[in-house]
Design a binder for this molecule. Structure first.
Ligand SMILES: Nc1nc2c(ncn2[C@@H]2O[C@H](COP(=O)(O)OP(=O)(O)OP(=O)(O)O)[C@@H](O)[C@H]2O)c(=O)[nH]1
Ligand SMILES: [Mg+2]
Ligand SMILES: [Zn+2]
Length: 281
């Protein structure tokens, strides 16, 4: 399976259970990290000096979570299904409960939201449409959060912090001003933080991403993390089929028969290509 190699960028991640000693002056040291039940991660963005023998390190975003909320917006930034599909691969490969939030429904002038909602709910994902601006869908989200450890992840500017502020006003998280929204290089949230809402409800706000490459996924396993492919994968002629060029591929047949959405297959091929390029590199 995945994640057999661990060249970590972060030794401790948000959500870890740790043992620590605390000094009188408030400083302290962690001396034990409990084994993670699960975690979400990505390949650390390409940076000089961050590679180990040409490999990109794994960056852990959050650990020991119950629910993974993939947050998108319909506009500003424009809904990006490729990013959603990549985040779904992250969630599925970690065996997490994945939800898709489509925020800023107040900006949905071209009625795109319903189409994406339909696509993802047909596959079997729960889609929650929200507007932090107009207070839509907030009660639904609050209910899903309650009693769980939740992580919110998505592109920068989709409204992660705004939604959390609206649901839990005590958090008072920093968000972007509308006027500065289009300025490049500005992330309002710069580090992942977990907030305890009550005894057993936690939310983790994360910095927005620009790029997302799932870590440690082998190309012959990638199809297993597209849950709409699962009914067909077993029927491919080769059990190492990458559903790309191989003969008698049932996934390709299902795309041709319109049983798999072409948008999803396209995302799959792009991700497969990324993995292959990384192997050469
Ligand atoms: N029209 C509209 N604007 C929204 C909505 N939700 C958030 N915004 C605006 O979108 C911008 C970005 O919101 P943030 O909450 O900072 O986004 P974020 O996902 O936390 O961004 P990062 O912290 O950079 O990852 C702000 O200007 C918000 O006011 C919404 O439902 N509708
Ligand atoms: Mg934020
Ligand atoms: Zn196949």
């Amino acid at each position: 399976m995945k994640k057999d190699k661990l060249y970590l960028t972060d030794i401790v991640a948000v959500g870890d259970y740790v043992d620590y000693d605390l000094n009188e002056d408030g400083t302290g040291s962690i001396y034990n990290i409990e084994k993670r039940i699960n975690y979400i991660s990505r390949k650390a963005p390409k940076m000089k000096g961050s590679s180990y023998r040409g490999e990109r390190l794994e960056q852990i975003i959050a650990s020991n979570v119950d629910n993974f909320f993939i947050i998108t917006s319909i506009f500003e930034p424009l809904f990006n299904n490729k990013v959603v599909d990549r985040l779904l691969v992250v969630g599925e490969s970690a065996n997490l409960n994945c939800y898709i939030i489509i925020n800023k429904e107040d900006l949905d002038q071209e009625n795109l939201l319903s189409e994406w909602e339909k696509l993802y709910s047909t596959i079997g994902y729960k889609v929650i449409r929200t507007s932090a601006k107009n207070n839509i869908g907030l009660d639904k989200l609050k209910k899903l959060f309650t009693g769980k450890k939740n992580v919110l992840w998505g592109q920068s500017g989709v409204g992660k912090s705004s939604l959390l502020n609206k649901i839990y006003s005590q958090l008072n998280l920093k968000t972007k001003l509308v006027s500065t929204f289009n300025e490049k290089g500005t992330h309002s949230t710069v580090t992942s933080t977990m907030f305890r809402i009550n005894q057993n409800t936690f939310v983790i706000d994360t910095p927005g991403i620009r790029e997302i490459d799932p870590y440690g996924i082998r190309k012959e396993d990638l199809g297993h993390y597209f849950k709409d492919f699962l009914p067909y994968i077993k029927k491919c002629r080769f059990n190492t089929c990458t559903h790309n060029h191989e003969p008698d591929c049932e996934v390709i047949r299902a795309v041709e028969d319109e049983k798999i959405f072409p948008e999803r297959y396209d995302s799959y091929l792009k991700l497969l290509d990324t993995i292959e390029q990384d192997i050469i590199f």
